[in-house]
Structure formats: structure tokens, C-alpha cells
Write a protein that binds this ligand. Structure first.
Ligand code: SF4
Ligand code: SF4
Length: 262
């Protein structure tokens, strides 16, 4: 039988540890907790297999009482301006690439932070992302088995809601926040999944026809992958685009509410 006060204390300890790391890094972010089982049940079969391989013989314990920790680190406000900025009415790819570099920096930071938390609290870190894959796979589906969705972890933890652009929308940082996860073999104080708050907002659809037409395209994520490949040919590194992130942060219904660190 799990002791609720021990669960609460452990949750507080992990939060405090993460917040301390953020302060020492000079970053802002958020943390949430959910059950291992809820994430496992929502993953695609190919991702479930991957998770199974990652945790090995711990699977049964994790399904019974394990947790997943979602950690997010936010972008900084000025970097949003670099995305799809124009020079003489043409995209300034050099400036846009600064966003790609920041994406990479946040991933490195998240990878280290997830390792630090895992080490301190007997967990298994799941790295932020695998970069450089857009051009190495022939269809976006080939990518799914290589990763475990941090969005599913974040969504189940209640860290944000799933936006029309399919990203996690954090109530303060919009979707300008990157995530990593940690698996731990004990219960924590789990959050609750949030309903979408997008409502009538369409800012992300207005900047991306793939999002707008997602219901009629065979798989709009494949269009997104190809566009990211095109951006790669223009010198944008790390498989990023970011237009739907900028639109959400700067032009959505919530633009006055969202606030990234300066
Ligand atoms: S990343 Fe770019 S191409 Fe992909 S969905 Fe967002 S705006 Fe569209
Ligand atoms: S831009 Fe608007 S509709 Fe799109 S994800 Fe953000 S809040 Fe939701």
C-alpha cells in the first residue's frame, strides 16, 4: 500500500530539485507527473515496444505503480522573432537558423537535466529528441518507432493542452517550450490531462496550410517533414521550422497572456 504522504513528499522533492536546476541554469520551465501506465496505454504500438525495450524487466512494476516525469524548458522571447523573419520580403534563413541553434541548446540542457533528475531519484532519462532525422527517413511514420512521445507525457501530466498544431500549449509559455521525460518506479502526485483551450483561435492554421488542411491530407505530418527538409536545404539546421510556434505565441487568442523569459 502506498503511503500518500511519502508520495507527496517525493513529488515536492523532485519539483524543488528541478526548480533549483532551472535557477542555476538561468532558465524557466515547468514540471509535471503522470502514471507510467497512462502514457504506455496512449502510445502507438511501435512506441510501446520501444518503451518496453527501454525499461526491460521493470515493465510490470512500472505499469503497476511507476510514474513519468515531464520536464519542460521555455524558449526566450527574442528568439521567436528569428522564425520566418523577412529580409527584402524574402525569408532570412541565417536569422531563422538562430532559432534552430536555440532548439539544439535547449535539447542539450533538457538531456542533462533529465539525466540529473534520473540519477538523483532512481529513474531512467528519456532524451529530448533525435535530431537530423527528417532527411534520413523516407516517411514521417519511420520516425515514430525511434522516439517516445514527450507530448503524451506532458499532456497526461497536465503541463499543457494539445493545440490545433498538435504541440503542447503551456498556459504561460505557449508551445515555445521543449520537453524531455524521466521514468521512475514509484507513484507521485499525478496531474490531470487538460482539455484543449484553443476554441476559435486559428493562428497556427493561418500560417501553415498543412495544419489548416490536416483533416483532408493523408498525413499532414509528412507534409511538415518535407517542408522541414526544404528548410534544411536552405541552411536551417536540426529539423526545425517553428512557424506554428511563433504564430501561437505572438498571434493567438492568448498572445497577451503568454510570456516567455526575456
Ligand atoms: S512546423 Fe512548420 S510546416 Fe510543420 S506544422 Fe508547424 S508551421 Fe507547419
Ligand atoms: S495558435 Fe491558437 S489554435 Fe493554434 S495551437 Fe495555439 S492557441 Fe491553439
Amino acid at each position: 500500500m502506498t503511503d500518500p504522504s511519502a508520495t507527496m513528499n517525493r513529488t515536492k522533492e523532485i519539483k524543488a530539485f528541478f526548480n533549483q536546476l532551472l535557477v542555476s541554469q538561468g532558465e524557466e520551465g515547468d514540471i509535471g507527473f503522470t502514471s507510467f501506465r497512462s502514457v504506455f496505454n496512449e502510445l502507438m504500438p511501435i512506441q510501446q515496444q520501444r518503451l518496453q525495450t527501454t525499461v526491460g524487466s521493470q515493465l510490470d512494476i512500472l505499469l503497476n505503480e511507476g510514474s513519468m516525469i515531464s520536464i519542460g524548458i521555455a524558449y526566450r522571447d527574442p528568439i521567436m522573432e528569428c522564425i520566418d523573419s523577412k529580409i527584402n520580403k524574402q525569408p532570412d534563413y541565417e536569422l531563422w537558423n538562430k532559432y534552430a541553434q536555440e532548439y539544439d541548446r535547449l535539447n542539450q540542457l533538457l538531456n542533462q537535466t533529465s539525466k540529473d533528475i534520473a540519477e538523483e531519484f532512481n529513474g531512467i532519462p528519456l532524451a529530448a529528441t533525435i535530431g537530423g532525422m527528417a532527411s534520413k527517413v523516407s516517411h514521417v511514420k519511420d520516425y515514430f518507432g525511434m522516439v517516445i512521445s514527450h507530448r503524451v507525457v506532458a499532456e497526461n501530466s497536465g503541463v499543457g493542452w494539445r493545440g490545433k498544431n498538435q504541440l503542447m500549449i503551456h498556459e504561460k509559455y505557449s508551445c515555445a517550450i521543449r520537453f524531455a521525460s524521466i521514468i521512475v518506479p514509484y507513484p507521485l502526485k499525478w496531474g490531470e490531462k487538460s482539455e484543449s483551450k484553443c476554441g476559435n483561435c486559428r493562428a497556427c492554421e493561418e500560417v501553415c496550410s498543412f495544419i489548416k488542411n490536416r483533416d483532408i491530407l493523408p498525413d499532414y505530418r509528412e507534409n511538415c517533414r518535407k517542408y522541414i527538409g526544404f528548410l534544411g536545404s536552405k541552411g536551417i539546421e536540426k529539423d526545425v521550422c517553428g512557424k506554428c510556434i511563433k504564430a501561437c505565441y505572438k498571434s493567438s487568442t492568448f498572445r497577451e497572456v503568454f510570456s516567455l523569459p526575456k
